[in-house]
Design a protein around this ligand. Structure first.
Ligand code: A3P
Length: 303
């Protein structure tokens, strides 16, 4: 795929296709280990996303909702810990180099996250009927976000990845967990078949109606907000705690690093809808439209 193959995290260029989706060698090892060794429990909650679709936000909101009776606003873990360390990735963290990670410190229900496509999920997740929230984003915005993110990580050692090259790879689907359209479509279909197990949500819907979506999410998790909680403003409190402005300005997210080494600040850029308009050329926009039409045709799914 490249004259200079690099196998390092998000900037990797030597990727491998497995079950129709692309991974680095290290990541693939995590996928395989997770498939073989992760044993779900029936009440586990899985947060599933395509990269750069708002994973950080979903982790924060889900963690704060599920654990809302456990912490007060002054000692909340989100004030001192990045959401990625509170809701770890299965294949990118827990199982990446460990067949038997220590999960004893997890409170119930356990919250896990993953970028795995549906086809690659560990079998016990489906067999036990675990609940999954799938958050996706307009592929145009996810692409622009991914391009910025990749370049933030590349600049230390490598040259900048041009928008054109990144675009060409993204459209071919040869990027981590790509093709994005197939990833989204597989979960969309599952959410129609099994709505009690798969809650399909768009970043754009969260931005447009945050409190409506948060209440739906809490209901899906089995911990709906009571009338009294709503009156007390608990929904708004959670949304404020997890907002882009609040999270991105916390010291831990300005200067801290994840336990896996990435700088927390790389997960916060603009947090807006429609930034693609500032980057894509008319030809790129047309190509995106063509692919989206081809992949989503007849599915009822639109961005
Ligand atoms: P942009 O690059 O468009 O700003 P992920 O968390 O899946 O890596 O996605 C990162 C994207 O989500 C980035 O998008 C980031 O700014 C945005 N984001 C992070 N936290 C957010 C929050 N609390 N609310 C809204 N968007 C957020």
């Amino acid at each position: 795929l490249s004259t200079v193959p690099i196998d390092k995290g998000w900037v990797a260029t030597n990727l491998f296709q497995y079950q129709g989706f692309w991974h680095t060698a290290t990541q693939l090892q995590g996928v395989l280990t997770c498939q073989q060794h992760f044993q779900a429990k029936p009440d586990d909650l899985l947060l599933i996303t395509t990269p750069k679709s708002g994973t950080t936000w979903l982790k924060a909101v889900a963690f704060a909702t599920v654990n809302r009776n456990r912490y007060s606003s002054s000692d909340h873990p989100l004030l001192t810990t990045n959401p990625h360390d509170l809701v770890p990735f299965l294949e990118r963290k827990l199982f990446i180099d460990n067949q038997n990670p220590d999960l004893t410190s997890f409170t119930y229900p356990r919250l896990f996250s993953t970028h795995l496509p549906y086809v690659s999920l560990p079998k016990s997740v489906e067999q036990l009927g675990c609940k999954m929230v799938y958050l996706c984003r307009d592929p145009r915005d996810a692409f622009i976000s991914l391009w910025h993110f990749t370049n933030k990580l590349r600049t230390q050692t490598l040259g900048t990845l041009s928008l054109e090259e990144a675009f060409e790879r993204f459209c071919r689907g040869v990027c981590l967990y790509g093709p994005a359209w197939d990833h989204i479509m597989d979960y969309w279909k599952k959410s129609l078949e099994r709505p009690e197990n798969v809650f399909f949500l768009k970043f754009e819907e969260m931005k447009a109606q945050p409190s409506v979506q948060l209440k739906r999410l809490a209901e899906f998790f089995g911990c709906p907000f009571s009338k009294e909680e709503e009156k007390k403003g608990v929904v708004e409190e959670i949304l404020k705690l997890c907002s882009f402005d609040h999270l991105s300005n916390l010291n831990v997210n300005k200067t801290g690093k994840l336990s896996s080494g990435e700088e927390n600040s790389t997960f916060f850029r603009k947090g807006e809808v429609g930034d693609w308009i500032n980057h894509l050329t008319p030809q790129m926009i047309k190509k995106f439209e063509q692919i989206t039409e081809e992949k989503f045709h007849g599915s009822g799914l639109q961005f």
